[in-house]
Design a protein around this ligand. Structure first.
Ligand code: ZN
Ligand code: ZN
Length: 346
């Protein structure tokens, strides 16, 4: 079967590999029908993720049809469609019951190397899914693969940001970054009916894409985002800032745009970036800063209902569709920021 594997910095390849097999009674084998490249996969691409073995199959956003299940699987059925959570968890320990799956002893991220559990990922024709009853969520007939896929990762990240940072009715919300997570954060933020959602980016097409779903665009290449926000709000700064890029510059922007007692959700995948201000000044401004890890297992049912009800349309962020043989080129174009979100079909 074909699989997208990491071999080194800027070196991903479509390889022919053996089909995975059930090795634990709770496993399922999923025949992948659609997979996406996540912005965080670019960290792998750049070699910034430690303990990643060359030859690891990557990808943690995927949907498919179950091909086979182990004897310990109770609810997942062969022949049915499912969306995978980006990470597995046991579903039974105290961390899982509390909805904080990252604290589960069996938490493991698909396709992210040994530091994150060493699972092969889903940018492949087949993938082994541990703890299938918890990791997989059924997709109703009314939803397409493209509507369902982001429930397993970036839509959950966007929604978790709004929920955990306590975005409320009437708040001024700012999303920093109009990439995939930023676009979805704009959609999720509006569920809380803030007074406005502003979105900051450097790329006009991305801003217009976010504006089409209700955000007020601020082009940071054209004006200082802080000055522009003050103009647009009549002198107010943000109650809530969702940082959805994950680099030093966007952190700095987030800190500048938050008002006194503002709340900042760090949804970007931050590899070794320094904080943009001192602890003392952050304290003096009474800022709340919260790191966000998306919680698909906790929120996926709610998000699926919102998609079915037409209140979220996550598939609108997809800009490119390629067959698996186009994966190498898709990574290159994503790295050059020529495309926003790409899905592979099988
Ligand atoms: Zn991801
Ligand atoms: Zn657990």
């Amino acid at each position: 079967m074909k699989a997208v594997r990491w071999h080194g910095v800027h070196d991903v390849r479509v390889d022919d590999v053996a089909k995975p097999e059930i090795i634990d009674p709770e496993d399922a084998i999923l025949r992948v029908t659609t997979a996406a490249i996540c912005g965080s996969d670019l960290h792998l691409y750049h070699g910034k993720v430690p303990k990643l073995r060359p030859g690891t199959t990557i990808g943690h956003e995927f949907v498919g049809v179950v091909d086979a299940v182990g004897p310990g699987v109770r609810s997942v059925e062969p022949g049915q469609r499912y969306v995978a959570s980006m990470a597995t968890a046991c579903g039974r320990c105290s961390a899982c019951i509390a909805g904080t799956h990252m604290g589960c002893g069996r938490y493991a991220l698909f396709g992210y190397g040994d530091l994150f559990g060493g699972l092969d990922g889903g940018q492949a024709e087949y993938v082994r899914v541990p703890i299938a009853d918890v990791t997989l969520s059924p997709i109703s007939d009314g939803l397409s693969d493209e509507q369902a896929i982001f429930v397993g990762d970036i839509l959950s990240t966007a929604y978790t940001s709004c929920d955990e940072i306590g975005l409320e009715h009437g708040d001024i919300a700012v999303v920093v970054g109009a990439g995939p997570v930023g676009q979805l954060a704009v959609q999720c933020a509006q569920l809380s009916t803030p007074s406005a959602v502003y979105v900051v980016d450097l790329v006009e097409e991305r801003l217009q894409q976010a504006a089409a779903t209700g955000a007020v665009p601020i082009n940071a290449a054209e004006s200082d985002p802080r000055k522009r926000l003050l103009e647009l709000t009549g002198g107010r700064r943000a109650d809530v800032v969702i940082e959805a890029v994950g680099n030093a510059k966007s952190l700095e922007t987030a800190w500048k745009l938050a008002g006194t007692s503002g709340r900042i959700a760090l949804a970007g995948f931050l590899v070794d970036e320094p904080f943009p201000d001192s602890a003392g000044r952050t304290w003096l401004r009474n800022l709340t800063v919260r790191t966000i890890v998306g919680q698909p297992i906790k929120y996926r049912d709610r998000l699926t209902r919102l998609i079915e009800a037409g209140k979220l349309a996550p598939e609108g962020i997809i800009t490119d569709r390629v067959p698996i043989d186009g994966a190498v080129d898709a990574y290159k174009r994503l790295d050059r920021r020529e495309i926003v979100k790409v899905v592979m079909s099988f």
